[in-house]
Write a protein that binds this ligand. Structure first.
Ligand code: GDP
Ligand code: GDP
Length: 438
């Protein structure tokens, strides 16, 4: 599981700027997808060998007793509770404020690993202006500039190295490719537990007992028609006797971690509610993760014709970026439409794990170029020479050649479409990357 980092501090110290900087590389991938909301407070970050989840907490007023501030404080406390390490951001230029003392007091009491970080420190001689922050009683002050990207790498190192999680990850044994790791994701009340219990009640689905199942990570291994699966918990589900119950509050962090650990994510929507912001956010995380995805609209039994049309329209507009996913209309409660969902999960998994031989990819590439050449950019005409597979789940195709930095996004999409069609890929994103040799 990826470690979780929470950014905490009073408003205006630069938390969002830092959040954007930490998650930037991922955002670039999804920048041009319509319908993908960007105002998120959770993000995946990758710096050097460290991969982690960042939470931006907005402004924090630990003593707030009402209104929006109380809501913010509550959210911050939740984020901090889920975090492995807290980055407490203060303003190197503005200096200490009463609020900073309050937050420091709260964090000291909490005893979580905390890195005190003075932002906006670009061009400042370290040591001189920063001494006052030692008064917060949180040890070393780490000077950064989120806006200018200074001190970020050593901040990440300092925050995550003590957790020792990254090395552990590297030692992981290769996963069994015949097992489909499946996560059922969706916001509260869409019917995740109902669906899982319906599944586990099916005769042809044989669940195994897992000794040593912890409260934090539930995986249920099972077999269905000879195919092995591992169900990864997202819902804060807990086994109670033979059935699963949602016992905890919805947790974005758990959802993100489950998505990351899965090969295929079944994204569940609630037909009676339509596509909400939270649905779009979760869908955005799935897209970013590159996992295969199947869409299921649950509670189809409970909506009339008008609502059904609404749902279809909302999916088309708000989840346009998941067009590659197969959609199913189901009722977990009435056990309707569930069979085809399994077929789509298997098909998505097959597509996500596909092996594409270099000669075939290169032939397809050259055929595509013969059909339509990339545009000339000034003096340069990109020359596409050959292609090989650079990864799985999601499949990545690396195209080699010259002047490839001039290949337009629309040409990349054209290539993606050709590869997709040839390999009959369904339910998985496909990434096409350009690698220029000079
Ligand atoms: P938040 O309220 O803590 O999320 O703060 P924001 O990220 O919205 O930043 C507040 C203001 O500080 C914005 O005007 C930013 O441009 C500015 N800011 C953020 N980081 C830096 C920095 O490293 N240096 C300087 N000089 N300004 C910064
Ligand atoms: P979770 O929070 O995503 O695990 O959602 P639950 O499985 O607890 O379901 C939330 C509510 O939706 C419960 O009252 C269920 O009975 C109801 N529900 C679940 N699936 C269906 C369905 O297919 N049709 C209808 N009408 N209600 C459903």
């Amino acid at each position: 599981m990826k470690p979780v980092m929470a950014l905490v501090g009073r408003p205006n110290v630069g938390k969002s700027t830092l959040f954007n900087r930490l998650t930037k590389s991922r955002d670039a991938i999804v920048a041009d997808f319509a319908g993908l909301t960007r105002d998120r407070h959770y993000g995946n970050a990758k710096h050097g060998k460290h991969e982690f989840i960042v939470i931006d907490t907005g402004g924090f007023e630990p003593t707030a007793e009402s209104g929006i501030y109380m809501e913010m404080a509550k959210q911050t406390r939740q984020a901090v509770a889920e975090a492995d390490v807290v980055i407490f951001v203060v303003d190197a230029r503005g200096g200490l404020s009463a609020q900073d003392y309050d937050i420091a007091k709260y964090l000291r009491k909490l005893g979580k690993p905390t890195v005190l970080t003075a932002n906006k420190a670009e061009g400042m001689t370290e040591g001189v202006q920063l001494t006052e922050f030692y008064e917060l009683g949180l040890g070393e002050v780490h000077a950064i500039s989120a806006a200018h990207g200074q001190g970020i790498r050593s901040l990440v190192e300092e925050a995550l190295a003590p957790l020792g999680l990254s090395e552990e990850d590297e030692e992981e044994t290769a996963p069994d490719p015949t097992v489909i790791k499946l996560a059922v994701a969706g916001r509260p009340n869409v019917g995740k537990s109902t669906l899982i219990n319906t599944w586990l009640g099916e005769e042809r689905l044989v669940a195994f007992d897992l000794p040593g199942t912890t409260r934090d990570a539930i995986t249920v291994p099972f077999e269905r028609n000879g195919q092995k699966f591992e169900l990864i918990d997202t819902a804060g589900l807990r086994r109670k006797g033979k059935v699963f119950e949602a016992i905890e509050k919805f947790s974005v962090v758990k959802t993100l971690q489950a998505i990351e650990s899965a090969n295929v994510v079944l994204l569940l929507l609630d037909a009676t509610q339509g596509v909400t912001d939270q649905d779009a956010h979760i869908a955005g995380y799935i897209l970013e993760s590159g996992r295969a995805v199947v869409l299921a609209v649950n509670k189809w039994d409970a909506v009339d014709e008008y609502q059904r049309e609404q749902v279809h329209r909302q999916i088309e507009t708000r989840l346009a970026f998941l067009k590659f996913a197969t959609m199913h209309l189901i009722s977990a409660k009435k056990r309707q439409g569930l069979g085809p969902v399994w077929q789509s999960i298997a098909a998505a998994h097959r597509s996500a794990m596909i092996k594409m031989p270099t000669p075939v990819l290169t032939r397809l590439l050259l055929e595509a170029v013969a059909f339509q050449q990339p545009k000339r950019a000034g003096m340069f005409r990109p020359k596409l020479r050959y292609a090989h597979q650079g990864g799985m789940n999601p499949p990545v195709i690396v195209v080699h050649g010259n002047s490839l930095e001039h290949v337009t996004d629309s040409y990349k999409r054209f290539l993606e479409g050709r590869f997709r069609a040839e390999f009959k890929l369904v339910g998985t994103p496909l990434r096409v990357e350009m690698k220029t040799s000079h």
